[in-house]
Write a protein that binds this ligand. Structure first.
Ligand code: F0G
Length: 462
């Protein structure tokens, strides 16, 4: 292992073979660009963005081994060799013998929920990600979040804020009755809670509760490797185990998983549904054929399956994860040192700025986190994403904004894409804005779409 000074330096565990030039813009250009985009960063052309922290999904840099894998894509309609490679890799890492590729994570949710979820049923989760929630609702189900209470407190630096509250979970099962709950889900790491990990002890606990009532458990595995790394770092007794062993134990408590390969399989597109039970696999395959394609390609090219298999082989590498999580921690530490309020501890894939404390002078109705994302773009060409009032939408009962408990700005770090200097630039830009925070103004809508308003809305400064 390396010495302490080397670890602190956080040098990249890879070298750069191909580069993608990015253009820097002037402040004047950015002011004009964001005005033309209706003050909506989603509506900016990506080429006008210098550092894009909108999402860690599908934005990873592939390795030379993955790119080489694309050349041995077998594009047969059925039984492509790359499917068998993916299947063997999924079985080795997750312990599930059956895998159905899908074009991305939400497609795996669609196949699973169509197979198992009936109208009027209830799905518990630590916290549903947006697409998961939307798919549960689409099937006429009711998504219920059961996180530990610390998940809602950005100032409480607990190690496993992604944990399920087992008491709440059991109470929900008792009140609804187990027959109304077709399965439980656990999202690892918990994106909606700030990329926070779930402990092995908690997963074991979920499994115990679920078994008592005969309910299957599924893990939303998008960021499973980052979760495994946190377990190794933070959970008593886990430091000496390999990440592979930890991952294997995590999934031993589940009956299957949905996966967005755009995160911890280090590819730009892809996903899968993996299952333990053969009968369930057969039922799910029927829907997979309808929605995605033949069950050995599932909406993807053979070459994509190969890149996915190889990404899964790379993602549990400890030096990669130490650097990856280290980058997120570095950005968080730089901000904390300057007094910038963030959700603590930082998550595995992103730093979340706590904008209620950053811009206390702006009422939630003037979209403070949105205002900060616009200011950050103008300041340094950095694109981030609001996880606040605009994203939350309106309450259908009252018609008013459905004000969320937390008003956050997410800085999601793509995997293997940006250097330390890029992150330092992001930190300095935010610290500069914090120094002039009183000058940041709120926004109001000039155009508000009825659904998923954040993607296409337009604004003007108040
Ligand atoms: N589950 C979680 C926890 C996610 O974070 C995402 C996507 C999905 C499911 C859906 O996967 O996009 O491949 O269909 N999260 C992205 C993000 C979009 O920016 O956090 P998908």
């Amino acid at each position: 292992m390396s010495d302490a000074w080397e670890e602190e330096l956080l040098a990249e565990p890879y070298r750069i073979k191909v580069i993608e030039p990015v253009r820097r813009t002037t402040r004047q250009e950015r002011e004009e660009l964001i005005r033309r985009a209706g003050y909506n960063p989603f509506r900016l052309p990506a080429e006008a963005v210098y550092i894009d922290l909108l999402t860690d999904s599908g934005t990873s840099a592939m390795s030379d081994r993955q790119w080489a894998g694309l050349m041995i894509g077998d594009e047969s309609y059925a039984g492509s060799r790359n499917f068998y490679h993916l299947q063997a890799t999924v079985e080795r890492i997750f312990g599930f013998p059956h895998v159905i590729p899908t074009h991305q994570g939400r497609a795996a949710e669609n196949v699973l929920f169509t197979t198992l979820l009936k109208e009027g049923q209830v799905v518990p989760n630590n916290m549903h990600f947006d697409t998961t929630k939307a798919h549960v609702l689409h099937k006429g189900g009711r998504p219920v979040d059961c996180p530990v209470t610390a998940a809602y407190d950005p100032t409480q630096p607990e190690p496993f804020k992604g944990n399920v509250d087992l008491g709440k979970l059991e109470e929900l099962i008792r009140t609804e009755g187990p027959a109304k709950i077709p399965f439980l889900m656990v999202t690892a790491t918990c994106n909606s809670g700030g990329g926070q990990p779930v402990s092995l002890a908690n997963l074991r606990g979920v499994k115990e509760v679920a078994s008592r009532y005969g309910i299957p458990v599924f893990i939303d595995a998008c960021r499973f490797a980052e979760n495994a790394y946190f377990i190794k770092q933070r959970e008593p007794g886990q430091a000496g185990r390999s990440l592979g062993e930890i991952a294997r134990e995590m999934f031993s408590y589940a009956d299957g998983c949905t996966m967005s390969a755009k995160k911890d399989a280090l590819v730009n597109i892809g996903g899968f549904l993996a299952l333990r039970d053969e009968q369930l696999y057969r039922e799910a395959s029927v829907w997979a054929v309808l929605f995605e394609g033949f069950p050995t390609y599932g909406g993807l090219a053979g070459r994509d399956l190969e890149a996915m298999a190889r990404g899964l082989e790379e993602v549990l590498d400890e030096s990669y994860l130490a650097h990856r999580i280290g980058q997120v921690e570095y950005l968080a530490r730089r901000l904390l040192q300057a007094g910038v309020p963030i959700v603590e501890p930082p998550g595995g894939h992103a730093v979340y700025v706590d904008v209620r404390r950053f811009l206390p002078h702006l009422p939630q109705g003037q979209f403070p986190a949105w205002a900060l994302s616009v200011a950050l773009y103008v300041e340094a060409g950095v694109r981030s994403v609001e996880v606040g009032t605009v994203l939350a939408g309106r309450d259908p009962a009252t018609g008013d904004h459905d004000y969320p408990r937390l008003e956050l700005l997410r800085l999601a770090i793509p995997r293997r894409v940006y250097t330390q200097t890029h992150l330092e630039l992001v930190a300095r830009a935010i610290i500069r804005l914090y120094g002039q925070r009183d000058r940041i103004k709120g926004f109001r809508f000039t155009f508000e779409p009825p659904v998923l308003r954040h993607f296409t809305a337009r604004f003007e400064p108040v």
